[in-house]
Design a protein around this ligand. Structure first.
Ligand SMILES: [Zn+2]
Length: 407
């Protein structure tokens, strides 16, 4: 999983100057600001931090010394300074700060990983689970496998879990997920938080992929839309600041149930007819190819260039392209990333979507638009979870537990 490193972490937007100088809350904001500026690569020395955080030299010096003493930061060589000054100590996130656990659940399996706060992947594995089995047996497997992965690499600072359905992130539970029977309202975050004794973030799987892609690319590739085309169809929205846009209730980007004109009136799992997911997903293509055709068969047929399967992929690409063209007009993204198992199987899908988008959308929305396949592939979700987990651990809320730990 070396391909994942290094991901861009967000620099804090809140200036430490705004909080009261004497309170514990101020101290947490100040330490979090310093650690996140280093994690984001915005600052690599005390002098950089004075400028970037807008804090007094003595405050920065004291804060950095504390972060070094607690094993949150480490010295990482020296950086020459202009003029005759003494070379400055280079600062970096320490691998001794603890770890973040990750579970990226798909319909039929989960990528699991343990990473340290410097983004080093300590261990990772893939387990077969069926989300249709319900939350108890699936989370039993996730918990025991993550327990084995975490090893002895220090305390767990955060856990991030992605699931293939809509979630209420605030309460840490899935909300009427169409392909996850039994998961509606199940307290996923509360359960995992009890097991691992750390904050738990629950996210939609496509949102995690969108975030991972955006942070593996240069900052000018946001705003970014991620469109996943696999068994189902989903989307994720990244703002120009490089963060996830959830919408009012967490449903932003869930494009699978947008109605397409001109497609067949196929019944969708959501109860409506003619949803893009019902007419243009890998599952829809499998149905069109015959009753006993599986998703794996579709991928294999497409990969080997079967003319009937490719014809169906082109038709699907046309319908998806219409939806993407509408989204491009609405959001004016710098980049649209196409991912998912159907995109991975053949370039026909991307080519077909591109053709429609560049034909349909107006020049202002497309003149700088990059429409490309995923750069991280199947590890995009894990990458997004790494970003969320480390940013949580270094947040003003999370940094307290790091500072109370003696390395
Ligand atoms: Zn639907």
């Amino acid at each position: 999983m070396d391909v994942l490193e290094p991901l861009r972490l967000a620099a804090p937007t809140l200036s430490a100057r705004t909080a009261r100088a004497d309170s514990a809350a101020h101290r947490a904001v100040m330490l979090s600001t310093l650690a996140r500026l280093v994690a984001a690569g915005t600052a690599v020395s005390k002098a950089d931090l004075v400028q970037a955080a807008g804090l007094a030299r003595t405050t920065v010096s004291g804060g950095v010394d504390e972060l070094l003493a607690r094993g949150v930061l480490k010295l990482d060589g020296v950086r020459p300074t202009p003029g005759r000054g003494r070379p400055a100590d280079r600062l970096a996130l320490s691998p001794r700060g603890g770890q973040v656990l990750i579970a990226d659940l798909g319909a039929h399996g989960a990528h699991l990983a343990a990473v340290d706060l410097s983004q080093r992947v300590l261990a990772h594995t893939h387990v077969d689970v069926e989300v249709t089995d319900g939350p108890e047996p699936v989370l039993d497997v996730v918990e025991s496998s993550l327990g084995a992965l975490r090893g002895s690499a220090g305390p767990v600072r955060a856990l991030v879990i992605g699931v293939p359905g809509p979630v209420d992130g605030r309460h840490g539970m899935p909300v009427r997920p169409p392909i996850m029977p039994g998961w509606h309202g199940y307290p996923v975050s509360a359960r995992l938080s009890r097991t691992f004794g750390c904050p738990v973030l629950l996210e939609n799987d496509v949102n995690l992929r969108a975030l991972g892609e955006a942070r593996a690319l240069p900052a000018d590739q946001a705003p970014l839309l991620y469109v996943k085309i696999g068994t189902g169809i989903g989307g994720g929205v990244i703002t120009s600041a490089g963060v996830l846009h959830h919408g009012a209730d967490g449903g932003a980007g869930d494009i699978g149930h947008v109605r397409v004109r001109g497609g067949p009136d196929t019944q969708c799992v959501c109860g409506n007819v003619g949803c893009i997911e019902a007419v243009a997903s890998a599952a829809a293509i499998a149905r069109a190819l015959g009753e006993s055709v599986t998703i794996a068969d579709v991928r294999a047929l497409v990969a080997r260039g079967d003319p009937t399967a490719l014809g169906l992929v082109r038709e699907a690409a046309g319908l998806i392209g219409e939806v993407v063209a509408t989204l491009v007009h609405f959001y004016n993204p710098a980049r649209v990333t196409i991912g998912g198992s159907l995109a991975a199987a053949s370039d026909e899908l991307l080519a077909g979507i591109r053709a429609v988008v560049y034909r349909r959308a107006l020049p202002l929305a497309t003149r700088n638009l990059v429409l490309a396949n995923t750069v991280l592939g199947r590890y995009a979700g894990v990458a997004g979870a790494i970003v969320l987990g480390i940013e949580q651990a270094l947040s003003a809320d999370g940094i307290g537990s790091l500072m109370s730990h003696n390395p």
